[in-house]
Design a protein around this ligand. Structure first.
Ligand code: NAP
Length: 485
């Protein structure tokens, strides 16, 4: 099994209006195996016109889909959830193949990503408004919820399944139709997901998938169309800013899940073994290629040396290799550029005075690997502390007081996730209130949960995915005034 069997020979094209088709002109995109740089498969390279055809299909399907009973929408999601569960191994292999993560990690993503379908299958029937008396008397106030309308979803390569299901689940539940553009580096999982949703009974045109390398033109054209009512994007802050600007002319609703620069705070009273366990999870999930990845380890000076030593031992013991092989802990990064970026950040920090505890460097090819690395004595203003590393590197710096820890943690343009290790309840509450992040993990390195509102503040974006909040991103409120004599 390598997961490619999830896609029939005709299912590597564009999925528009319920049919698979080649790109206009027949161009294709190569999908590369990051473990050795070879070509795994080819998918259609959709044109801007193909994008418009996908939007046409979404618009044509919108009215009927909005009228479909919520229970029916929920049951389609539930069937898709069951089908994905049955095919969990195949989905995990496919993701591992195109993205690089280990099969074990990919299985974790299937469980996590699929849970959005189960959660929103249950939420579909819980959308409601309210009925109230005018406080001044004489009329009634009715509010009702309606689907936003046709949406554009643009997703990244790091979680090829979950970043799709987090948007598709609530949109299907709310009664929205959509055009999805997956990352060009990992399109296969999204195509397999589209095929599975169709099998689960999703009507033609509700979900359309366009793989394309003409990304900029594609988003610009679709966002210039009055019929598109919403854009939800997960990816880098730079692209997010561009999409928000592009939404301004048509005043489209936008949800932005952008980059992060998570602090991981370890206080002097923390359970140090638990903190090292949590650090391994928060840093090494997805080889560090996660928006939630711990980027800066801020450790009280009294425990910093021991923390760095223990973390160094754990990181140094990890085995690099192809994600589908047994015994491998860490797969390749996504591409050569990622390796160059991570190497550049580490080399620069070392030149500025940082000390390498373990790692630091890329093994000989083939493949885009980087050794798990721990650095200490990292200058506060080093680029590795201010930019998203997106790789298996843990820079450790120290603090003396809680006030200093909070100031350093908040000293970033980002505000997605943060982590805190302490046994002091008062301090935990003070930190949760003063950390400028959308999410705070307390004594845990794993905060993502489909039942919780995932999202950031500041340059990490706005909007929430998952939880009770997730479906609100796809609903509008209509207020009806009813005079009563
Ligand atoms: P990226 O370069 O921003 O790409 C993300 C998606 O945007 C891809 O589908 C890409 O298409 C598309 N894109 C690129 N340029 C575009 C443009 N001009 N107009 C419209 N779409 C465009 O980000 P990435 O490197 O794939 O992903 C890593 C980033 O995502 C990190 O910053 C990470 O923190 C963030 N992320 C955030 C969350 C969250 O929930 N907050 C979750 C996961 C990842 P192509 O593939 O065709 O270039």
């Amino acid at each position: 099994m390598n997961g490619l069997e999830l896609l029939g020979p005709d299912q590597r094209g564009l999925f528009i209006g319920g049919s698979w088709r080649e790109a206009d002109g027949g161009a294709t995109i190569d999908v590369i195996d990051p473990a050795d740089g070879s070509v795994l498969a080819q998918v259609a390279d959709g044109t801007v016109e193909d994008g418009v055809a996908a939007l046409d299909a979404a618009v044509a399907a919108q009215a009927d889909w909005a009228r479909t009973a919520p229970r029916e929408r929920g049951e389609i999601l539930r069937r898709a959830f069951e089908l994905i569960n049955e095919r969990a191994d195949a989905f995990a292999h496919l993701m591992s193949l195109e993205m690089g993560k280990t099969v074990a990690e990919a299985k974790g993503e299937v469980t996590y990503g699929n849970e959005f379908f189960r959660w929103f299958s249950e939420e579909a029937v819980r959308v409601h408004g309210r009925w109230m008396q005018n406080p001044m008397g004489g009329s009634r106030l009715l509010t009702m919820k309606k689907p936003v309308g046709p949406c554009l979803f643009i997703t990244p390569w790091n979680f090829p399944l979950a970043m799709g299901t987090r948007k598709i689940g609530p949109a299907v539940a709310a009664g929205c139709t959509m055009v999805v553009k997956p990352a060009s580096q990992t399109p296969l999982t999204m195509l397999a997901l589209a095929a599975t949703l169709a099998e689960a009974g999703l009507p033609d045109g509700v979900l359309n998938v366009v793989t394309t390398s003409h990304t900029g033109e594609f988003s610009e054209r679709l966002q210039s169309d009055d019929r598109l009512r919403k854009v939800s994007f997960t990816g880098s802050t730079g692209v997010g800013r561009l999409l928000v600007k592009q939404s301004a002319d048509r005043l489209q609703r936008v949800s932005m899940e952008l980059g992060g620069n998570a602090p991981f705070l370890v206080f002097e009273d923390a359970d140090l073994d638990a903190a090292v366990d949590g650090a391994m999870t928060a840093k090494m999930r997805n080889m560090g290629e996660a928006c939630t990845a711990a980027n800066r380890f801020l450790v009280h000076s009294s425990v910093a040396a021991e923390f760095a030593e223990q973390l160094g031992k754990r990181m140094g013991a990890l085995t690099l290799g192809r994600g589908q092989d047994d015994g491998v802990d860490v797969g390749p990064l996504i591409d050569e550029k990622a390796v160059t970026t991570v190497s550049g950040l580490v080399d620069e920090a070392v030149e500025e005075g940082a000390t390498l505890v373990v790692g630091g460097g890329a093994p000989d090819g083939p493949g885009y690997f980087y050794h798990p690395t721990v650095l200490t004595d990292v200058p506060q203003d080093s680029r590795i502390n201010t930019e998203e590393i997106f790789g298996p590197v843990a820079p450790v710096t120290t603090f003396e007081t809680e006030e200093e820890a909070v100031r350093k943690a908040n000293d970033t343009e980002y505000g997605l996730s943060s982590y805190v290790y302490t046994r002091d309840l008062d301090r935990t509450i003070r930190l949760a209130e003063s950390l400028e992040f959308g999410m705070v993990g307390v004594n845990t390195g794993l905060i993502s949960n489909p039942a919780a509102p995932f999202g950031g503040v500041k340059a990490s974006g706005f909007g929430r995915e998952g939880g009770f909040e997730g479906i609100e991103e796809y609903l509008e409120t209509t207020y009806v005034a009813i005079p009563v004599s």
